[in-house]
Design a protein around this ligand. Structure first.
Ligand code: NDP
Length: 326
């Protein structure tokens, strides 16, 4: 038994609902592991869960990502050992804490060359980038993708992943500074969608044809215009709702706009299987160790400053990845 600070919330609401309390952490059961965190990852999904967009049973501890050291192993866990350096992205939430007991299947051994901060910053956003580019729609060198929020956590990893694969990524972002950051990380072209009509700009950049794939994590504010940026038979990957959920819509719109395809994926389906999760993490670690993808940590916060971290994320004032230091 050990003690841990945890970030708990008892009701949905703004950042002020987040409270730090002490909890007992017990021994891991079969298939579980106890991890002592060095760093926890911050992700936009944490905001949806805190605010009630994705409701959780309450009270609940937030957080779906962390890096640290294995403290204890439950029965049947063979891929880890006590003392291993590890990192993970995993459901259900519970990662904003010093130590936790959790399922071992999604916990991955962290290569020695990757520090804990980077480990905690890269798992959820990096594995998301992996499934978007490698497992959702066939993409090859020369293909063109429109990617919104290209200077965010997933965004900067996506820019680099696309560059490595020879994919032309047209990135959008909310300020000129963010656009410059996305460009520096490998976006081929950038559009400031706060002051430019991104549909018109995409048409200009693609000789009027539109892109083959849109990766849209903004949701309500961009959904329809993202569909308008696609060429006939194009694929809309709607994977987030930073501006609010996409309202219900008439499926016939997909036909009218050119036999479009639409998917609404989530990382947790892709990593549910142990072997698949570990293989995806190996690919991601290789990308980072090769230097093809660098994880940019734009913001670091102490665990007790978690509410301020949420405020900054919601205010769109962060770039790259954000972490909590335990
Ligand atoms: P980001 O660091 O990208 O932060 C979100 C960004 O969205 C903001 O910085 C902002 O960039 C943009 N944005 C546009 N409109 C709004 C708005 N109204 N309010 C707030 N932000 C807005 O977050 P993450 O990298 O953690 O995640 C990116 C997106 O991907 C999120 O929507 C997240 O939920 C989603 N996601 C989905 C997963 C899945 O499997 N389905 C897994 C991981 C992430 P700008 O100012 O440039 O517009």
């Amino acid at each position: 038994m050990t003690q841990s600070r945890v970030v708990l919330f008892e009701q949905s609401g703004g950042p002020e609902v987040l409270k730090i309390v002490m909890q007992q952490v017990g021994a891991p059961g079969p298939g579980q592991v106890r991890v002592r965190h060095h760093t926890c990852g911050l992700n936009y999904i944490d905001i949806y869960q805190r605010s009630g967009v994705y409701p959780l049973p309450l009270p609940h501890v937030l957080g779906m990502e962390g890096a640290g050291v294995v403290e204890a192993l439950g029965e049947g866990v063979t891929h880890l050992a006590v003392g291993d350096r590890v990192a993970y992205a995993s459901a259900p939430p519970g990662a904003y804490c010093d130590a936790r007991v959790m399922a071992a299947a999604q916990v991955c051994r962290l290569p020695d060359s990757i520090d804990f901060r980077t480990g905690a910053a890269m798992m959820l956003q990096g594995l998301t980038t992996h499934y978007l580019f490698e497992r959702t729609v066939p993409l090859k060198a020369g293909d063109t993708v429109l990617f919104h929020a290209a200077a965010g956590g997933v965004g900067l990893i996506a820019c680099q992943w696309a560059r490595t694969k020879g994919i032309r990524l047209i990135g959008t972002a909310g300020t000129d500074e963010k656009c410059a950051l996305a460009l520096a990380h490998g976006a081929s072209e950038v559009i400031n969608y706060e002051r430019e009509d991104f549909v018109a700009r995409v048409r200009d950049l693609t000789d009027g044809r539109g892109v083959g794939v849109v990766m849209d994590s903004i949701g309500a504010a961009t959904f329809e215009r993202s569909l308008d940026s696609l060429r006939p038979l194009g694929m809309m990957i709607s994977f987030g709702n930073a501006s609010g959920k996409v309202p219900p819509f008439d499926l016939g719109i997909l036909g009218a706009k050119g036999s479009l395809q639409l998917t609404r994926p989530t990382l947790f389906t892709h990593i549910a299987d142990y072997a698949t999760c570990q293989a995806m993490a190996s690919d991601l670690f290789a990308m980072v160790e090769s230097g093809k993808v660098a994880i940019r940590i734009g913001q670091e916060f102490a665990l007790e400053d978690v509410a301020e971290a949420h405020r900054q994320m919601e205010a769109r004032s962060t770039t790259g990845s954000s972490v909590l230091i335990c």
